[in-house]
Ligand binder design. Structure first.
Ligand code: WT7
Length: 658
């Protein structure tokens, strides 16, 4: 665990603030009045935001919190999420508006989908899913690269009240299998293969492995993307272009209860088993839509919005699928990696489509910094008017570089703090209102309430500019519409993980350390639990440890996240080998272990360093002191070692490390 003291020492505030230009402020969707409205009557404010959506049956109560922490928002209301994201824009006469400018990884491979075309595709897919026997409440696993069919598949599920569980296509067959099993998915939707840095690689192979022997999966629906050969199981496997393309474009959306489960999204917790985070319909869509409209200042007639996330993460769900589409926005969806075919790709895409709003992660901004500003300056980026950041704290240097190089030192930057569990942005500037401080997500959005508190739940005071900076726990002290409704199959874990720490006060414990700045703004400093943040990807130390000890040669393993200039944190592992592994050199063993982690979890979870050590530092109760290992990994003087059984263990560890 990172202690709050570690965080405080590592953090220094930068004072300059950046107000929006007068022009931006004057035209902005959100003004300061939004804070006042929310302040005056929070629930009435949320009711008003919910009315931005189209309801089949109006709700009779905004919030039922009587079964806390299990919330019900917009009680009695009925709506169809897909209708709200697609049909209603067509009915309003905007069927010819582009919904998706899709840019494939191979240069020149692109597609345009208008809202009318998207509606036809979603209806066909919904009809096909119905023919396959799916009914409201069932689960569908979606394991796909960033192709339009992935978005169509999600919306088709939503249209039927079927829950989707999107699994990032970079995850291994083992990780996919665990998620399919936990959710008892009836259908898996995938592609034959995917492009990875110019090469077509198989994806269906991983699905075949993941569904082997799983009784729950009845069908695998396969989109042909790369044309590479696939193994085929007759009766189980179906081609999308045969099944979906043959279906009718007529489909009447059914209205579902506001609390109809919309999706499951698995995320890492402090144990090895990923949590299936449950989101529902009315509240989730209300906050996704409201935040997308106000934080990204969307003007549907003129903006070209681009969020660089993958639909395998919550950012892709909320700010590629449900937020933008519910608002009728026009967006760019890009299939590939930023360096494919070379480092110019993102800038070319911005130039090609005239992207006006660009939303990405700090780790990518730092990668662009490493590549050098000349690359960006070789392109016309003058269409950009608003930039966004998400996934981890953005360091002030990267913030300023982003604004200077992407934003001609003029565009606002919205640094949005939120989580898979919160469903949508919670703490963020409003771009036409907030004087931003680089590195701070600033204030809770209108309608949202957050506090930074000490161990006993006392709220911290704003820091003085020169005095001590007190660090505390970030909590959400009032329910919000897009809050998670639980963990799939494990209500106890839901209560324990998020609601037990401040049970007396009834607050949600976010797992992040934070402090107030001198103007009362929030500085989120990072996780205080055993969750790491690698390039914006959430991976728990326990998951990696369990992959390592799964190898026959490993006796014990301890994993920490150490700071890394590009990825924010990097995974460092310390392993004790079993005596009998001796036929292999330590170097060979380390290579094998890195491969094992990639196989078990994903290449994104491969440790940057694996150190073979004779012992691990433990407390008398047998708990591994990760804090001390982090000191070692980051080359620092050791912190307090007095609780260790054997303080000399570090000499041996340091020897193993060098
Ligand atoms: C964790 C949530 C939000 C979607 C992507 C990640 C960190 C996220 C910020 C930010 C500082 C941030 C937190 C949070 N985080 N955004 N703007 N500033 N930290 O979702 O995988 O659920 O991870 O990401 O530590 O708890 P996630």
């Amino acid at each position: 665990m990172t202690t709050l003291t570690d965080m405080t020492e590592a953090h220094t505030e930068v004072l300059t603030s950046y107000p929006p230009s007068a022009d931006f402020a004057a035209a902005a969707n959100a003004t300061a009045a939004l804070y006042d409205e929310a302040e005056a009557d929070r629930l009435a404010f949320w009711a008003e935001q919910a009315h931005r959506l189209s309801w089949d049956t109006p709700f009779t109560e905004v919030l039922d919190w009587s079964q806390a922490p299990f919330a019900k928002w917009f009680v009695g209301g009925k709506l169809n999420v897909a209708y709200n994201c697609v049909d209603r824009h067509v009915e309003a006469g905007n069927g010819d508006r582009v919904a998706i400018h899709w840019e494939g990884e191979p240069v020149g491979d692109s597609r345009v989908l208008t809202y009318a075309q998207l509606k036809d595709e979603v209806c066909k897919a919904a009809n096909a899913l119905t023919e396959l026997g799916l009914v409201a409440g069932d689960r569908v696993a979606i394991y796909m690269p960033m192709v339009p069919e992935a978005i169509v598949a999600m919306l088709a599920c939503a249209r039927l009240g079927v829950m989707h569980s999107v699994v990032f296509a970079g995850f291994s067959a083992t990780a996919l299998r665990a998620r399919i099993e936990d959710a008892e998915a009836k259908l898996v939707i995938t592609t034959d293969g995917q492009y990875r840095r110019g090469n077509a690689v198989s994806l269906k192979e991983a699905v075949d492995e993941a569904v082997k022997g799983q009784d729950c999966v009845q069908h695998v629906l396969v989109v042909r993307r790369t044309g590479i050969d696939v193994d085929w199981t007759d009766g189980r496997d179906l081609w999308w272009h045969e099944k979906v393309d043959a279906a009718s474009t007529e489909h009447t959306p059914e209205a579902f209860d506001a609390e109809q489960p919309l999706f499951l999204l698995y995320t890492s917790g402090t144990t090895g088993k990923p949590k299936g985070i449950i989101h529902t319909s009315g509240g989730y869509l209300t906050q996704a839509s409201y935040t997308h409209f106000n934080v990204f200042d969307i003007k549907t007639d003129t903006d070209i919005y681009w969020c660089t996330a993958d639909i395998g993460w919550v950012t892709g769900h909320t700010y590629i699928v449900y937020g933008p589409l519910s608002n009728g926005a026009t967006q760019v969806v890009y299939e590939g990696t930023p360096a494919s075919p070379d480092e110019h790709r993102h800038f070319q895409v911005i130039e090609k489509y005239g992207v006006t709003i660009y939303y990405t992660a700090p780790t990518l901004i730092r990668t662009f910094m490493k590549w050098g500003r000349e690359i960006a300056f070789a392109h016309d980026l003058s269409s950009l008017r608003l930039l966004g950041s998400v996934g981890e704290p953005i360091n002030p240097e990267a913030w300023r570089w982003y604004r200077l190089v992407f934003g001609a030192d003029a565009t606002p930057i919205v640094d949005t703090w939120w989580q898979t569990e919160t469903g949508a942005a919670m703490i963020s500037p409003l771009p036409g209102v907030t004087d931003c401080k680089p590195g701070s997500a600033m204030r809770p959005l209108p309608g949202i309430s957050a506090k930074i508190v000490d161990d006993d739940g006392n709220e911290l005071q704003p820091s003085s500019d020169h005095g001590e900076h007190l660090t505390g726990y970030l909590v959400l002290d009032k329910p919000w519409p897009s809050m998670l409704r639980g963990i799939w199959g494990d209500p106890e874990r839901f209560k324990e993980t998020y609601w037990a720490r401040f049970a007396e006060q009834g607050w949600y414990f976010a797992g992040d350390g934070a402090r107030y700045g001198s103007d009362g703004e929030v500085w989120v400093l990072g996780r205080i639990d055993d969750v790491m943040n690698i390039a914006g990807h959430r991976i728990s130390t326990a998951e990696v440890e369990s992959a390592l000890v799964g190898h026959a040669g490993v006796a014990e393993a301890a994993v920490v996240g150490a700071s890394d200039d590009t990825t924010g944190q990097a995974i460092c592992a310390f392993v004790i080998l079993k005596a009998h592994h001796a036929e292999m050199s330590n170097e060979q063993m380390v290579d094998e272990l890195r491969a094992e982690v990639a196989r078990e979890i994903s290449p994104i979870a491969k440790p940057r360093e694996i150190h073979v050590v004779p012992e691990l530092p433990k407390t008398r109760s047998g708990k591994i002191m990760r804090r001390l290992l982090r000191d070692v990994a980051e080359g620092r003087e050791l912190g307090d070692t007095s609780t260790l059984v054997d303080p000399t263990v570090f000499e041996a560890i340091r020897a193993g490390k060098s």
